[in-house]
Design a protein around this ligand. Structure first.
Ligand code: SAM
Length: 247
């Protein structure tokens, strides 16, 4: 069953008014009829099974039937710092990271990122990636939509270090065993983990040295093979989830 997000301004007692864009989708693409049911999450916190009760000037109006208590969010908070990848790869990474449950995505510019973005394009890209995160959240029935933050530079990550119990920097020239690091994170009841993934060309050694000087950041290996950037992010996030019993 399809799901949609609304905020409290769209809720009137037991009735919920779906946004124009989603209403169009419900009517024209999904071809829903009065009496059909959908899930609606309000304020990214509570989800209801709802029934469509009318189509009013293009707006779909639903009635709450019952609250759905199942929590689809992970207990561990993972933020992805992803160096911007070429073509549609960044879209795919954001879509898959959303499905896996990441809470935030920071698009990152590092020395070897080849995509060139002026200020206007950065804003447009963040809007596009936010939309991808929203669509993926609907599809996988999450209760929240990961926030795609503004584009940052790699060195800025140090300024975020305090927000996390640990930031894992995936670095192919490192031999630090991921399983050991994650097991100790689990023992220490770590709740907030950042992961940093380099671009197609990898990190410069100077960039790695600078980041490793920051508090809370440590490098990890993802095995003896070189993974593509889009594989590395998904592999690292999946392994964290597995180790914390979320897969
Ligand atoms: N510079 C590398 C090269 O050309 O040989 C490849 C970089 S890799 C395609 C892109 C990113 O994925 C890396 O910067 C790193 O963050 C991550 N990555 C890929 N394989 C990895 C591995 N075996 N261990 C840790 N990180 C890896």
């Amino acid at each position: 069953m399809e799901k949609f997000f609304v905020d409290s301004t769209q809720v009137f007692n037991d009735n919920i008014h779906i946004s124009k864009e989603d209403s169009r989708h419900i009517q024209k693409v999904l071809r829903k009829r009065i009496g059909d049911r959908i899930y609606i999450t309000i304020n990214q916190s509570s989800t209801f099974l709802c029934e469509i009760i009318s189509f009013d000037n293009g707006i779909v109006i639903c009635q709450k039937i019952e609250q759905v208590l199942e929590n689809t969010e992970t207990n561990i908070n993972i933020s992805l710092f992803q160096c911007i990848a070429k073509y549609e790869k960044m879209d795919d990474i954001i879509q898959k990271a959303t499905q896996l449950g990441v809470k935030e995505v920071y698009p990152v510019i590092s020395n070897r990122v080849v995509v060139k973005l002026d200020e206007q394009t950065k804003i447009k890209k963040v809007q596009r990636w936010s939309k991808i995160a929203q669509e993926a959240s609907k599809q996988c029935k999450r209760m929240t939509i990961p926030k795609v933050e503004n584009v940052i530079f790699l060195t800025n990550i140090c300024n975020y270090a305090q927000k996390y119990d640990i930031i894992l920097l995936a670095y192919e020239n490192d031999k630090t065993n991921l399983k050991e690091i994650l097991q100790s994170c689990k023992q220490e009841n770590v709740k907030n983990i950042g992961v940093v993934i380099g671009p197609e060309g990898g990190f410069d050694i100077e960039e790695v040295d600078e980041l490793l000087n920051c508090e809370n950041i440590c490098s990890v290996s993802l095995g003896n093979r070189i993974l593509r950037t889009e594989t590395a992010s998904i592999a690292l996030i999946s392994n964290i989830l597995y180790e914390f019993g979320e897969l």
